[in-house]
Design a protein around this ligand. Structure first.
Ligand code: GDP
Length: 535
């Protein structure tokens, strides 16, 4: 307990549980261009509008929505690069973690999912499940995180809603539970059947440049009168599905089913329903699994783990920010903590919340919250911080790399700096570092989930370690973990090679999946195991 603990903290455990119960910590998983930034803003906007007007349904509140929207538009750069956006809906604190997408898709993206309690899978109505979404979904499945599906861009022509549900069921093995159902075909989106009321939420587009849909609740009678056949068909389809897919919150929480919503983030359609679902149905933080198989109770003393380390743009200042997910207890800025990896005390005086470039001091935080620790040079991804008796969480998993480069020092006189830099970046988890006898220790192979990771390495090696490097691409795109008996076979095969990661994991790499299939055919079954989420 910190020195700031006061008498009223006799009730601290109860308070921590209460605070945890009103947290929702989630990330959006999607393929680039599906509308993640747009939805992120729309959610925050909607929340702001609710705070202002009590509700955004109907005409009141509309003014607030518009001005908030414009305000947020101005701040667009900030909200998009947010590492953790926190906002409040009524009594509930929502922590929305950014999963870096686009070109900088990297191991970082996956790791963010190690720190959330729930994910929103955002699909483009015209494209359905896309590759990046599938990969991110696999991470959610491995962690058994519940997933809410939001089908976006319904204002444009897209796939049939039933076809989308079938695809989710067939490819992800998830039961789909439509919470809303679109009235009007994709491209002529009138609103949705609202499962909770049985009525319709009508979306009315407003004319003009930046448009926000007005939402209006209609009774079934009003919906028939205004939308005739479209309403009747939507309701019939929805009832049919509702019968076969009985809503089951437990199945959702177990990661076996996914509630599905239809909307258009850019027009603010369906965003309110998503927010409601996050508040009402998404899980609050639960006791966090420990390495020994037990779990850290929410009201135990403070504990948290680092899921992301971000080196500042200004490398001269060695500004390094470690993002910590609070797992138990109350975090108070200044409280003395222990860094589990070294057993040393950690000074938590410089705790911040980070919204893009803006930082604010954080004085206290509860399970589910994200705290940014400044000047945290000693902290690595996966590290635990705690108060009281020691706590050990399982390691944050590493993921199967798909890009490989040989790294060499550009100036032979700088070999020492080169080795030091590569070791440091390896420890930070910026990239996975491997060696092989054939290549020698001066030419490590860097393995990454996304190519952006190499750019970070190059930049930091030059600017921070004063050891510019040359990178040579290797023609591999798939990695497996071989059993020791087949290492010789794989090494001799064409289009493959065996490397050893610095943590001792063997990594067999292959030119492509066809090469892998051919080589695997000649090996005993089970000789090559997936690397994904291996630890
Ligand atoms: P991200 O790459 O997933 O962050 O996607 P963005 O939010 O940047 O959106 C990609 C593009 O899709 C942008 O041009 C958006 O304006 C557009 N977009 C996003 N949501 C919608 C939507 O609901 N309907 C339509 N028609 N376009 C959308």
């Amino acid at each position: 307990m910190s020195s700031t603990t006061t008498l009223h903290d006799i009730d601290l455990p109860a308070r921590v549980k209460q605070e945890a119960a009103r947290r929702r910590t989630f990330a959006i998983i999607s393929h680039p261009d599906a509308g993640k930034s747009t939805l992120t803003e729309a959610l925050a906007l909607h929340a702001a509008a609710i705070v202002r007007a009590g509700a955004v349904h109907g005409k009141h509140g509309r003014q607030g929505v518009t001005s908030d929207w414009l305000e947020m538009e101005r701040a667009r750069g900030i909200s998009i690069t947010s590492s953790a956006l926190q906002f409040t809906v009524g009594d509930v604190h929502i922590n929305m973690l950014d999963t870096p997408g686009h070109a900088d898709f990297s191991e970082d993206t996956y790791r963010v999912l190690a720190a959330v309690d729930c994910a929103v899978m955002l699909l483009d109505a015209a494209k359905g499940l896309e590759p990046q979404t599938l990969k991110l979904f696999e991470v959610c499945r491995a962690r058994r995180i519940p997933v809410i599906t939001f089908v976006n861009k319904w204002d444009r022509p897209g796939l049939e809603p039933l076809a989308l549900l079938d695809e989710i069921h067939a490819r992800l093995g998830l039961e789909t539970v439509p919470v809303t159902w679109p009235v009007g075909v994709a491209g002529d989106f009138r609103g949705v059947v609202d499962r909770r009321t049985g009525g319709m939420v009508e979306y009315e587009r407003t004319p003009g440049g930046v448009t926000l849909a007005r939402e209006q609740d209609l009774s079934p009678e009003e919906a028939v009168a205004r939308h005739g056949e479209d309403w009747v068909r939507a309701r019939e389809e929805h009832e049919l599905l509702a019968l076969t897919a009985e809503e089951d919150r437990d199945a959702f929480l177990r990661g076996e089913s996914t509630p599905v919503l239809f909307g258009a983030a850019v027009l603010n359609m369906g965003v309110g329903a998503l927010l409601d679902l996050l508040v009402d149905t998404a899980p609050a933080p639960a006791p966090w699994p420990l390495i020994d198989g037990g779990a850290r109770e929410l009201d135990a003393p403070f504990s948290g783990f680092v899921f992301k380390v971000q080196a500042g743009m200004d490398t001269a200042h060695r500004d390094r920010l470690a993002f910590v997910r609070v797992c138990s207890g109350r975090f108070e800025r200044g409280m003395p903590l222990v860094h589990a990896a070294t057993g040393r005390p950690f000074v938590s005086k410089y705790a911040q919340s980070v919204f893009g470039r803006e930082r604010h001091t954080v004085d206290e935080a509860y399970p589910g919250d994200i705290v940014g620790l400044v000047n945290a040079a000693a902290l690595r991804v996966g590290d635990t911080l705690y108060d009281g008796p020691p706590v050990t969480f399982p390691p944050v998993p590493r993921f199967s790399p798909e890009h490989f480069r040989v790294a060499r020092v550009a100036d032979a006189g700088r070999s020492k700096q080169f080795r030091r830099g590569i070791t440091q970046l390896d420890e930070e988890g910026v990239v996975q570092v491997c060696h092989s006898d054939a290549r020698g220790s001066a030419s490590p192979v860097l393995a990454a989930v996304g190519p952006m990771q190499f750019e970070v390495v190059s930049h930091r090696m030059a600017s921070e370690f004063n050891a510019p490097i040359r990178l040579e691409a290797l023609p591999y795109e798939i990695a497996r973990r071989p059993v020791p008996e087949v290492v010789g076979d794989v090494t001799r095969a064409i289009g493959a090679e065996v490397l050893e990661r610095t943590d001792g994991t063997l990594m067999a790499v292959f030119r492509d999946k066809w090469r892998l299939a051919t080589i695997e055919r000649d090996l005993p079954p089970g000789s090559l195991r997936p690397l994904f989420g291996e630890e």
